[in-house]
Design a protein around this ligand. Structure first.
Ligand code: HAS
Ligand code: CU1
Length: 541
């Protein structure tokens, strides 16, 4: 990418993402301190829930959306080697999303939107929160349009040619996000905004939770796709090898997109508003969507093995030691995969209908998603930042050692934070509570784990600060010499010269998604319009 204007666009997005990230890490540490009950001066239910709502929104919506948009622009321009379609629209999208974020932040920080990042009614926030969140989503929709138009233009100019894998996956994410966000958009526009403005007196939480479940599963893959893009298109090259299979990667992205959507009821297993048959159907789909992750694990580890052997690694596991562990991208992928083993295992436990009863609404669930989102997913966002920053600012990374230390501390901190969280869940600690001081016996049993979590959070906060320091220093330190490195995308072992259209575009898959969504959500949503609903009154702020 040579154009300074495009680099500025990408950097602006990534800075917003990482500033949100570090603020959210600070809030996270406050939360484990407050919840532990060990510091009576901090005790405050009101501040706790304002903080945890802000933390969740910053991590799950602001960090992710801005990172995905910025990275998407970079991939589009650098992999397709063409200027971005409609730079002014991209800036408009940035500002709309940023204004939305600020608008939502005001009620969040003043305790008027303590509804957590899932904002389930009947708890209700100040309308500014929902309107702000809507603007963030509208900004991201413009990004989707830019990605898909760019994708289409390239295909038109190169008839029959395979779209570069990085852009194929980015466009897949844009398609996924348009489908994904429709559920929550319906909920916010027709239920939450009118409710928070007092235009309607009651709300149907069952319908709201169903619409949110439409969004809640696929959104996690919207967050995950940049991580998988790095796995496939950066890691093999950085490790000194080749991508094991380009086609397999496309299949994984397609299955991820198609099956992420019709399965959200695994978040509603313990809810009363949907029947068991529908839950079972969604449960089966959930196991299907674990497959692309297994395929991804296989392909990435195979690519790493190729690299390890090319570097002289011998024997069954000797190739692992031969990998360049001091390359930030390679270290990050190893740590990411390690966290995926247990993070994914936790997901499979959650997805198993009967076992879900054991862990639902316990501390196990935040344990699961901090490990697989904060760990597996975010460590690759960080690795992408270390890789792109020098290319964006035209200077070498300020300190590679600091970066390696930061990745290790992120991994160690996340392990210290999430292992006790899982255990606490199995011990029966509920999630979403502002204090763990229940009665003497429970408090005693939980306390050692609470200590560990405070320590884990502290390590993570330190690690996040190291990241920001390194990125800021990279950008602000005057360059000693001109920096000429360019982005390098991995080559597959077997180059692809032609591809069937269904592996090179999404027209067919959109139709499949439409059918699957009609089957899996049609009746469950329509039923609400054919039954007597009494609705709930507002609760909260
Ligand atoms: Fe999840 C709840 C099921 C993946 C995020 N999940 C959540 C929530 C979030 C979240 C945020 O079925 C909380 C929502 C809320 O607040 O209520 N999740 C799954 C399943 C998967 C899964 C089946 N989740 C994710 C990802 C997330 C994420 C990815 C974010 C990025 N999740 C659930 C369920 C719930 C849930 C239920 C509801 C719980 C409840 O009751 O509320 C799957 O995609 C996971 C598949 C992954 C695997 C792992 C394969 C392992 C591999 C690693 C191999 C590595 C090796 C090491 C061998 C099966 C591929 C190599 C080493 C070297 C050195 C080379
Ligand atoms: Cu899910």
């Amino acid at each position: 990418m040579n154009n300074a204007a495009e680099k500025k666009l990408v950097l602006s997005h990534l800075w917003v993402a990482f500033i949100a990230f570090v603020v959210a890490c600070l809030l996270g540490e406050y939360q484990v301190l407050e919840r532990s009950g060990l510091f009576p001066a901090l005790d405050s239910t009101r501040v706790y829930f304002a903080s945890v709502s802000t933390h969740g929104v910053l991590m799950a919506f602001v960090l992710t959306t801005f990172f995905i948009m910025g990275f998407g622009y970079y991939v589009a321009v650098s992999s397709l080697k063409q200027p971005l379609w409609n730079l002014p629209l991209a800036w408009a999208s940035f500002w709309i999303a940023l204004v939305g974020t600020v608008l939502a932040a005001i009620p969040l920080l003043t305790g008027n939107a303590s509804v957590l990042y899932t904002f389930y009614p009947p708890i209700v926030a100040h309308a500014a929160f929902y309107i702000g969140a809507t603007l963030l989503v509208v900004g991201s929709w413009l990004w989707c349009a830019i990605m898909l138009v760019t994708f289409g233009q390239w295909k038109k100019a190169h008839p029959g040619a395979p779209v570069p894998l990085a852009m194929f996956a980015t466009a897949a994410n844009a398609v996924l996000w348009l489908w994904t966000s429709a559920g929550v958009a319906l909920e916010v526009l027709f239920q939450l905004i009118p409710f928070s403005l007092g235009w309607i007196d009651t709300i149907d939480p069952g319908l709201a939770r169903t619409l949110f479940a439409w969004t809640l599963h696929p959104i996690v893959y919207f967050w995950l796709i940049p991580t998988y893009i790095a796995f496939y298109v950066f890691v093999p090259k950085q490790a000194g090898g080749y991508l094991f299979s380009d086609e397999m990667a496309r299949v994984a992205f397609i299955v991820l997109v198609v099956f992420a959507l019709p399965i959200g009821f695994h978040h509603l297993y313990m809810d009363p508003e949907q029947g068991q048959g529908w839950k079972l159907l969604h449960g089966i789909g959930t196991f299907v969507v674990a497959l692309p992750t297994l395929v991804t694990g296989f392909t990435v580890i195979a690519s790493l093995e190729i690299a390890g052997r090319l570097r002289g690694g011998k024997g069954l596991f000797g190739w692992i030691l031969a990998l360049p562990w001091t390359n930030t991208m390679v270290l990050a992928v190893i740590l990411s995969l390690l966290m995926l083993i247990f993070g994914g295992f936790g997901g499979i436990v959650n997805a198993s209908y009967a076992m879900n009863a054991m862990v639902h609404n316990t501390a196990w669930v935040p344990g699961h998603f901090h490990l697989i989102f904060g760990g597996t997913t975010i460590i690759m966002y960080i690795a992408i930042a270390y890789y792109l920053w020098p290319l964006l600012v035209g200077k070498p990374l300020f300190s590679k050692n600091l970066a390696l230390m930061q990745l290790w501390t992120w991994f160690i901190g996340m392990s210290i934070l999430t292992t006790p969280w899982h255990v606490l869940g199995l011990l029966g600690q509920p999630r979403r509570i502002s204090t763990v001081v229940y009665n003497n016996l429970l408090t005693l049993a939980w306390q050692p784990y609470e200590f560990m979590m405070i320590l884990g959070g502290l390590v993570l906060l330190g690690s996040a600060c190291l990241l920001i320091y390194n990125l800021a220093k990279t950008q602000l330190t005057p360059a000693a010499e001109t920096f000429t490195e360019a982005v390098e995308y991995a080559e597959p072992i077997h180059a692809v010269s032609t591809l069937p259209e269904y592996l090179n575009g999404f027209k067919f898959w959109n139709k499949v998604i439409a059918v699957l969504m009609a089957i899996s959500f049609g009746f469950p949503i329509l039923q609400f319009f054919f039954m007597d609903t009494f609705g709930s009154s507002a609760w909260g702020y």
